[in-house]
Design a protein. Structure first.
Length: 101
């Protein structure tokens, strides 16, 4: 997802708990789509952990563990509920319709 890409671009900050650089890029991206592309935005986010996705969650956790072993910063990035909540707040601040499933 685009949100993940911004976290990966600022992997060191993100993994240290500083989501601000990634969220700033998220806000710039939304403003670009709204102003330059003239899009009427509605953002949909998958923010809840779904127990039916257990195999996918386990696969992702294994990938993160593997990335830690190989010291891959971007491999350790996951869209956490906290990060998604902050991205939702950015959308609300920018008065963009946002829905979380």
């Amino acid at each position: 997802s685009t949100l993940w890409q911004f976290a990966a671009k600022h992997a060191w900050d993100y993994l240290c708990g500083n989501h601000t650089p990634a969220l700033i890029e998220w806000a710039h991206f939304l403003n670009y789509l709204r102003s330059i592309c003239c899009w009427d935005l509605r953002v949909y986010m998958d923010g809840m952990e779904n127990v039916e996705k257990r195999p996918e969650i386990e696969r992702r956790n294994a990938a993160v563990a593997e990335a830690e072993v190989h010291n891959s910063l971007t491999g350790q990035i996951r869209n956490t509920p906290d990060y998604i909540a902050k991205a939702v707040n950015v959308c609300k601040f920018l008065r963009i319709e946002v829905y979380v499933s």
